[in-house]
Design a protein around this ligand. Structure first.
Ligand SMILES: *Cc1c(COP(=O)(O)O)cnc(C)c1O
Length: 230
């Protein structure tokens, strides 16, 4: 199947899951994860109407941004402090902020460029399996810290579920992220909204929609398996 057909099939499954959950399918944004995939495939997706793409490495995002600046680029992978400068202003949304030091660096670079960088905080809900993401216990403190930064806009939370987990396990992870976002929203922090929940990938996006995801990060189901090391 071609990329256009894959996108249509994924959109169809998203809509069906949304309807099952009593949600408007339009409230769920599909981010096509194009890491390791060539620009020609991204152009094919663009011509099928897909305009939002996710990359997990700063250098790859910047290279593709140069070629296709009109697409919307999201950074979904781990971000090191020394790479912040390159990506601020290019990424429409950074999904992976997980420390005060990283948020401070984004603030510094965004202020220098006179832009406001939209971000999500990545939470490590599933425990030991993932190296990245802040713990649920430390989340309120980090959100309070970010609330005071004038060039960083916190718009929600992101999590990565564990591959190979049963659907019930994924549901527990997604339900927990949603609960955490409601707890943060209840703090009514200035300059912080909890409108976005970035969760769900190829293997579990329907469960994510049912649990309230507003952004899905889907690679394999659109572009096929990745053939080299991520
Ligand atoms: C690669 C990646 C995805 C997409 O994974 P698929 O299983 O190919 O859909 C989603 N989120 C993050 C953070 C990724 O690195």
């Amino acid at each position: 199947m071609g990329i256009r057909e894959n996108i249509e099939m994924v959109q169809h499954r998203i809509a069906a899951a949304a309807v099952r959950a009593g949600r408007d399918p339009k409230s769920v944004m599909l981010i096509a994860v194009s890491k390791t995939k060539p620009v020609s495939m991204i152009q094919e997706a663009l011509s099928a109407g897909q305009e939002v793409f996710g990359e997990n490495r700063v250098q790859e995002l910047c290279e593709k941004y140069e070629v296709l600046p009109d697409a919307q680029w999201h950074l979904i992978g781990h971000l090191q402090t020394n790479k912040v400068k390159a990506v601020v202003g290019k990424a429409a949304l950074i999904h992976s902020v997980d420390s005060a030091a990283l948020a401070d660096e984004i603030e510094k670079r965004a202020a220098a460029m006179d832009v406001v960088q939209r971000i999500l905080v990545q939470v490590n809900v599933s425990g030991e399996e993932s190296k990245f993401g802040i713990s649920p216990e430390a989340l309120p403190g980090l959100c309070e810290h970010i609330s005071a930064l004038s060039h960083v806009k916190l718009e929600g939370l992101m999590t990565i579920s564990v591959k190979g987990m049963a659907p019930s396990g994924n549901r527990a992870v997604f339900g927990r992220l949603r609960q955490l976002s409601e707890e943060i929203a209840a703090l009514k922090l200035p300059n912080v909204t909890m409108q976005e929940l970035s969760m769900g990938m190829t293997h579990d996006f329907e469960e994510a929609v049912e649990a309230g995801a507003t952004m899905l990060r889907i690679g394999t189901a659109i572009f096929g398996a990745r053939s080299y090391q991520e």
